[in-house]
Design a protein around this ligand. Structure first.
Ligand code: MOS
Length: 697
């Protein structure tokens, strides 16, 4: 068991080092997956199901095969047989069944992308179409309780007697909130270049985890892990959609097996992402709060409903934040799922916390209203002394400091407590607040290797990922401090299974897990060789264990404030100001951290006002599956974004004292905007996204 002996002293950590990969990116020399150069690559274009449920009854590939330049047409009749079909999302082209519209049912490989795409359109499939069911409703009679929810959390929890407490409470809130289906749209689409040569499969893949892709792909093809190499040094965004291997990686690998020695390139189109790369499930959340007249909570109840696919279960952990956020002796949470004929839902930035805290934090605003209390004060009054569910102390919890600082920054004292009482230039103006939270996850299983080079340089290798987040830079800073040298003397290598094993860039856990491994490797190197190791000296270290994760509840916290202006005539909603204050342990690089938090808040505003994958119940597909109709916040939608953090010293989380920052920025933003819109207009919006029709009553 590896355990850190001492906390790391910050020298490079805490400095706003420019991105080490910045020059390569802006000069176009940073190679993304699709840009790997190959002589005469082949190009793959998927064929997707055009029914939402049923079976393929006829396949005619003659016209596609007759197109000059077509190298192969794959369908379930001729595709390589997979060794494992346990993951039905990945087990494509193995039989004639169709589980959702857009599912992969074939692929065309050709000498150019244009030829592949054209020929894919000539593949004729006929279907025995079956009725489909894609409608999520909380009153369905076939909802079921999963074994557990994403993250390994318990499906249901209960403490005390919620019903009795609610019945006795002088003040209650009893409301239902909904969040929309949303799709991740990273700038770089999902891309894979697959090459099968000399008994080994190499994948240049846009992924959040090279080892996760290898672990998914190798057994499917009956290969040993060592026969699959995954390379991914640069990634243009993921947000969770690249955290697990999706079916397109299998299709590209199949095509490579059929064309040995030839690189097969696949880049999903923007439209295809809406079927094949996961999405945030819509949620329906019934929240009941019971409090005394002073706003002190006595009961919290959350019943969350979301959807999963017919072929693979994903259970959004929507209600988990309600388990630890505020004090209350009586509490219960439940999660139920509807199994539908839809694509497989998956991770989208802060799964669970993001949709869950929208509902919970709007409910808290409603409680503040009902009690005639300031919403900041209400939250302060319900601060728990320890994790309400487990009784464990928090390793650090500075929500109140975030709320106070955020209130100061936005000028909370200028807020009119009475809704619809501030009007400026034809707009109704309001301020709102919501809290934010995200867990600090410790995932064992990463290793780092450090090798001493000539002239006092060190090479640090680990199969970690940089999605655009800043891993290249921040992990170099950690390594420099761990080795007690300047950052110029550290050469970091990431994004390749040729380097030691690393966990996925997910759950905001990258720096905690990879950084700990790097620190332990540096300790090992110093133990063995002292401060001036000879050239070629090498040591490895693991993430290891952190016994404090059993003793403490570990979370980052934040406070989000919004100023909202609603046009009194048109109902148009604008958000001229967002203020986010976070308590996330030591900030390793203030420049990349600010960018992460700003990005999260931007995505939260986008969720609040724009993002909505509209499910067409008759067609059984997301109707607005492109960026023309799926709206994402653009520059003109974003006003002032004030991002800051409070100094937080947490000796328990990891040797760096850091907490993750990739996801907390999105949590609570939408609630702050909804609460500000209520303060501006008196209209309580409980369903996302918030659109102008809500204000035109
Ligand atoms: Mo993030 S949704 O944990 O990749």
């Amino acid at each position: 068991m590896t355990q850190t002996r001492a906390r790391l002293t910050a020298r490079a950590m805490g400095t706003p080092l420019d991105r080490l990969d910045g020059t390569a990116k802006v000069t176009g020399t940073a190679r993304y997956a699709y840009e790997q150069p190959f002589a005469e690559p082949a190009h793959l274009h998927p064929v997707q199901a055009t029914v939402a449920a049923g079976r393929v009854t006829g396949i005619d590939t003659a016209a596609a095969e007759a197109v000059p330049g077509v190298l192969a047409v794959l369908t379930h009749r001729n595709a390589p047989r997979l060794a494992g079909t346990g993951d039905a999302e990945l087990a494509i082209l193995q039989d004639d069944r169709v589980a959702f519209r857009g599912q992969l049912v074939g692929g065309v490989v050709a000498t150019t992308t244009e030829t592949a795409r054209y020929a894919a359109g000539l593949v004729r499939l006929t279907y025995d179409e079956q009725p489909h069911d894609v409608e999520l409703r909380a009153d369905r009679d076939d909802l079921y309780a999963p074994e557990s929810v994403n993250g390994g959390y318990a499906t249901d929890t209960a403490q005390g007697d919620v019903e009795a407490a609610l019945a006795a409470a002088p003040v209650t809130v009893d409301r239902t909130y909904t969040t929309a289906m949303c799709h991740n749209n990273p700038m770089e689409p999902h891309t894979t270049v697959a090459v099968w040569a000399d008994g080994a499969l190499t994948l240049y893949d846009s992924t959040q985890g090279v080892y996760a892709v290898r672990a998914a792909v190798a057994p499917l093809f009956g290969l040993d892990a060592e026969q699959v190499r995954v390379v991914s040094p640069h990634v243009g965004g993921g947000f969770g959609s690249k955290g697990t291997a999706h079916a397109h990686v299998v299709l590209a690998s199949m095509a490579a097996l059929v064309l040995p020695g030839r690189a097969v390139k696949l880049a999903l189109t923007r439209q295809q992402l809406f079927f094949l790369a996961g999405y945030r499930t819509p949620t329906v959340q019934h929240i009941r709060l019971g409090a005394d007249l002073d706003g002190r909570l006595d009961a919290i109840s959350v019943d969350a409903v979301s959807q999963t696919s017919r072929i693979k279960e994903f259970a959004e952990q929507t209600a988990v934040a309600a388990r630890m956020m505020y004090a209350a002796p009586n509490r219960r949470t439940t999660h139920r799922l509807a199994r539908l004929d839809v694509p497989v839902p998956s991770w989208m930035r802060a799964p669970g916390e993001c949709p869950g805290m929208f509902a919970a934090e709007v409910a808290m605003d409603e409680l503040a209203d009902a009690c005639g209390l300031d919403p900041v004060e209400l939250r302060v009054r319900n601060e728990p002394a320890a994790d309400p569910e487990t009784g464990r102390p928090f390793s650090s919890r500075n929500l109140v400091a975030c709320l106070r600082e955020g209130a100061r920054r936005i000028g909370w004292e200028r807020r009119h407590p009475a809704p619809r009482s501030r009007r400026e230039d034809g707009a109704l103006v309001g301020l709102g607040v919501a809290a934010s939270v995200y867990p600090v996850f410790w995932m064992p299983g990463s290793s780092a290797r450090i090798r001493a080079g000539a002239d006092g340089r060190y090479t640090v290798s680990i199969g970690a990922a940089d999605l655009g987040t800043g891993t290249w830079t921040a992990l170099t800073q950690i390594a420099a401090d761990a080795l007690d040298v300047s950052v110029e003397r550290v050469d970091l290598r990431i994004g390749d299974t040729a380097f030691p094993r690393a966990t996925v860039a997910g759950g905001s856990s990258g720096m905690t897990c990879w950084g700990s491994a790097v620190v332990h490797a540096a300790e090992e190197l110093r133990d063995r060789y002292g401060h001036e190791p000879p050239e070629g000296a090498e040591a490895t270290g693991d993430t290891g264990e952190n016994p404090d994760t059993e003793r403490y509840a570990m979370y980052a916290f934040g406070a989000q404030f919004a100023e909202v202006r609603v046009d009194a005539d048109t109902g148009e909603v604008r958000v001229p100001r967002l203020v986010g204050v976070f308590a996330a342990g030591r900030i390793i690089n203030p420049k990349t951290a600010r960018s992460q938090l700003r990005g999260g808040m931007t995505m939260g505003l986008s969720m609040a006002l724009h993002e909505h994958s509209y499910m067409d119940a008759q067609l059984g597909q997301v109707a607005n599956h492109d960026l023309a109709e799926y709206h994402i916040a653009a520059h003109a939608d974003i006003g002032s974004l004030d991002v800051s953090w409070i100094d937080e010293d947490d000796p328990h989380v990891n040797p760096m004292g850091s907490k993750g920052i990739g996801e907390i920025g999105i949590v609570g933003t939408a609630a702050a905007i909804a609460n500000a819109a209520h303060n501006a207009t008196g209209v309580r919006v409980r369903d996302l996204p918030i659109t102008l029709d809500a204000f035109l009553a």
